[in-house]
Design a protein around this ligand. Structure first.
Ligand code: OGA
Ligand code: MN
Length: 298
């Protein structure tokens, strides 16, 4: 398969007038005035791409776009990954994973407990995700926020003793380690078939990775998928990971996204980990996710 290259559909639309407005904290920006229902020309695309690299999570408010338009925009950044849980893919659009707590006729319509632990999407794959986009469809009247933690900052501010302990090491990432944890796991987490299990065999990645586009270093471990640091006794590995996790999500590293109708949020899985804060189970929440494939971490 060729390397992920942005799709080169000729786009000759006029430039749009829009601003990139960084949030007050150290992660995230809002892109104001851009309409994603029109294909972006190359200059506008380049600005969005740069904002994504600079701020790691970009928020586009009130985007009235179809699933196909979300897919088309996502494909500008690379090839799309199809989630292993086929039952939660949107009909006729397997590039879209339905993230939802809604149950209809006794059947969950989507993955109901996506992101209940801090994680980087698909870090359990040889080629983890470059970035993911969530487009809000239905939002609860309370709760349902998504938190993003900046793992470049986590690395930059990591105490020297911890840096020395992890630099040059690798860690194991596993999809199945915490797969069935949680009270509603039975409905969202069907038993995986042998074929699905083969798609999510454990992998190892460096604990500290270099962002392939910016050259910045970031921690690349998370409570969701990282199970152990290679070459350390279990207790040392556990203690070290717990310190890394606690440091990663210090409040000053975190942006908390409060969803509004039709928000589209696009984050960089090479720079951030994220977490679903959760909402009362009786309130309906539904978002559509596209996931862009990245490079092998180094
Ligand atoms: C995801 C995810 C978090 C949320 O879709 O990748 O982690 O708040 N979602 O829904
Ligand atoms: Mn996720």
């Amino acid at each position: 398969m060729p390397a992920a290259s942005p799709s080169s559909v000729a786009v000759n639309t006029a430039s749009q007038v829009f601003d990139v407005r960084p949030f007050e904290g150290k992660v995230g920006a809002e892109i104001v005035g851009l309409d994603l229902s029109t294909p972006l020309n190359d200059a506008d695309f380049a600005r969005v791409h740069q904002a994504h690299l600079d701020y790691h999570v970009v928020v586009f408010r009130n985007q009235q776009i179809t699933p196909q338009q979300q897919i088309d925009f996502s494909r500008r950044f690379g090839i799309l990954q199809i989630h292993v849980l086929k039952q939660f893919l949107l009909a006729n659009h397997p590039e879209i994973l339905i993230v939802s707590n809604i149950v209809e006729n006794g059947q969950p319509v989507g993955l109901g407990d996506a992101g209940k632990y801090w994680h980087s999407d698909l870090s359990y794959k040889e080629l983890p995700s470059l970035g993911s986009m969530l487009h809000a469809q239905e939002l609860p009247s309370e709760g349902g926020d998504t938190l993003f933690a900046n793992l470049h900052l986590a690395w930059d501010t990591l105490p020297q003793a911890l840096r020395d302990a992890v630099e040059g090491r690798s860690a194991v990432h596993s999809y199945t380690a915490r797969y069935s944890e949680g009270k509603n796991a039975a409905s969202w987490r069907p038993t995986l078939t042998a074929e699905q299990l083969a798609q999510v065999a454990e992998v190892t990645h460096p604990v500290v990775r270099t962002h392939p586009e910016t050259g910045r270093k970031a921690l690349f471990v998370s409570e969701g998928f990282t199970t152990r640091i290679v070459g350390l006794p279990d207790d040392e590995s556990r203690a070290l990971l717990d310190q890394l996790y606690a440091h990663s999500v210090r409040p000053e590293h975190v942006y908390r996204h409060q969803w509004q109708p039709h928000d589209l949020v696009f984050w960089d899985n090479r720079s951030l980990i994220h977490l679903a804060a959760g909402c009362p189970p009786e309130l309906r929440r539904k978002l559509l996710r596209t996931t862009i494939q990245g490079d092998a971490p180094f």
